[in-house]
Design a binder for this molecule. Structure first.
Ligand SMILES: Nc1ncnc2c1ncn2[C@@H]1O[C@H](COP(=O)(O)OP(=O)(O)O)[C@@H](O)[C@H]1O
Ligand SMILES: [Mg+2]
Length: 264
């Protein structure tokens, strides 16, 4: 007799229902500098990012959010532990293999937009695919461009665009190649609330409709409310996790940390 028949309401073993993992950190530590300037930016962090899951990373300034994103995206070498994209251990790759993995599997949206000034908005968006020799899926690219509200700006160069528009180009660039995982470091930090909501709605939709995996650093409880879960960092450690967050539950949790911070 199966478990399901024996236990009404039993929906299967945890292993059978567990979603595939897009990226995983295990006991990941990152130390910068040495001696007097030694900083433990990440202190034995273990976390999984499931395929098709939208995770928000929150925590005070200096808590290690950007470092975690950079280490997971292979932009920064880890000091100890493990960082994997799918089944691939990043530390096992040579420079060339790492470059290829970043190009083919990872989208990164930086706090600073990192656009090439001599290229138009459209050229910036398709650049990673051009470099990879991949043909952009035109229908998808135009849907991305339309959703982030750039249709009338494709021939403009970054200097001819506002900060908000430049960030939307960076978001479109990450989404256009349909990477396996997107890391976004405060992607709406420089956007007005309306453009920010559009970008967040689009990230949400790419998760829902395309099974895109997104990991996003944010300070904003409203932005975190778009995610499936929130992971809170403090002093390089994961201190709390929240599932199915809303802006209100995130705000409550942040207030709790603030109160703890003051009393300890
Ligand atoms: N390149 C670096 N060299 C030295 N220390 C760094 C470097 N990058 C980050 N740090 C330190 O690591 C800690 C975590 O930084 P970071 O990940 O940028 O935090 P967050 O993104 O949460 O604000 C901070 O104390 C910061 O000063
Ligand atoms: Mg940061």
């Amino acid at each position: 007799m199966s478990h399901a028949a024996a236990f009404p309401g039993f929906t299967g073993s945890p292993t059978s229902t567990r979603a595939a993992v897009a990226a995983r950190a295990t006991d990941l530590s990152k130390v910068y500098g040495q001696g007097d300037t030694r900083v433990v930016a990440l202190d034995s962090v273990s976390v999984e990012f499931g395929k098709g899951q939208f995770t928000a990373i929150m925590g005070p300034s200096g808590s290690g959010k950007s470092t975690l994103m950079h280490c997971m995206a292979g932009l920064d070498a880890i000091s100890s532990g493990s960082a994997r994209i799918g089944d691939v251990e990043l530390a096992s790759l040579n420079d060339k293999q790492l470059t290829r993995l970043r190009r083919d599997k990872i989208g990164f949206i930086f706090q600073a937009f990192n656009l090439l000034p001599t290229l138009t908005a459209l050229e910036n968006i398709t650049l990673p695919m051009d470099i990879a020799g991949r043909k952009p899926d035109r229908e998808w690219v135009s849907r991305v461009v339309e959703t982030v509200g750039l249709s009338g700006r494709l021939a403009h160069r970054p200097a001819q665009l506002s900060g908000g528009q430049q960030q939307r180009v960076a978001v479109a660039r990450a989404l256009a190649a349909q990477p396996e995982i997107i890391f976004a470091d405060e992607p709406t930090g420089n956007l007005d609330s309306r453009s920010g909501a559009e970008v967040l709605g689009f990230l949400r939709e790419s998760v829902q409709a395309m099974n895109q995996t997104v990991v996003m650093v944010t300070h904003d409880p409203v932005a975190a409310g778009y995610a499936d879960r929130v992971v809170f960092l403090a002093d390089g450690r994961i201190v709390e996790e929240l599932h199915e967050p809303t802006a209100d539950t995130v705000l409550d949790r942040m207030r709790l940390f603030d109160a703890k911070g003051r009393t300890s």
